[in-house]
Structures are given as C-alpha cells and as structure tokens.
Design a protein around this ligand. Sequence first.
Ligand SMILES: [Zn+2]
Length: 151
Amino acid sequence: MIINSHSTVETLPENIQGNKTITLEQIDTTCQVILHCRHYGCNAECGKSIRCEINLNPGIALVPAEGDSPSTILHTYKINLPPKKNYKMDYCTEFTLIFSALPKNCTSFHFIEPDAPGAEGWVIRNIKRSSTDVYRLTFSNQLSYEGEIDF
Ligand SMILES: [Zn+2]
C-alpha cells in the first residue's frame, strides 16, 4: 500500500536481532501489544477517486480499565505519525500499531485516540485482554475489535 509519495514503509530497528532482516512476526513481542487495524472508506469512492486523509494522533493510548498508567505507542507500520500525512489509496487501508506492555493484572482496556481539532477521535472501550495481546481493530462507521485466536 502506498501511503504517500514521500514515505517509505518503516523498517524494524536492527538491534532487536543483530543485523538479520526480520519480519513483524519474528520480533520478541512478549510484552508489547499489537493492533492490526483496518480502516474502511467513508463512502464507496473513498480511497479511489476521493483521497481522504487518515490522521493518527500521537497521543493515542491503551488505557487499562483498572485505571493503571496507559500503554503508549512504540512503533507504527504502514501508517505515519504527524507531521507526515496519510492519504487513503484503497477503500480498505491496513496498518499496524505497536504499544508498550499493559500491566499484568489488566483484564480489559480502552483504545483511545484523543480528538484533534476538527477531527473525531477513535475510541473503543472495554477491549477484553487476550493472552497473545494481538488484536484486530476495524475502523468504519462502527469501530470494533477482535482478540486474536490462540492456536
Ligand atoms: Zn473518505
């Protein structure tokens, strides 16, 4: 997916596993929280003849329902944080967000993207903690989530 003409897909830090090229699946994600996100267009032409901008507020956080301190964003894949811009090039835009660990005792949390002026924030409350801490989020007219199934 092309985000815009000036950006490239972010590569992983090299210090995770020496100089070997690794994929997202191979990172030691023991404590991190991975959100695979799908963002759907606001109408049938969105991402085709209309190029809406996806604005990701860098203050985005996972807030434990128990009230502990929030997990903050560590990395993004296939989406840029400001000041870089993201324009929809497809009706369905896929990207991944990686957050710092949630507290061990956390059983559910809220995904909160603060409101930016003139834009509506994304909020998904009471996401049930999964044992893998990998989740799929869907952003469309209704926001929803699924915990990754364990095998
Ligand atoms: Zn749109």
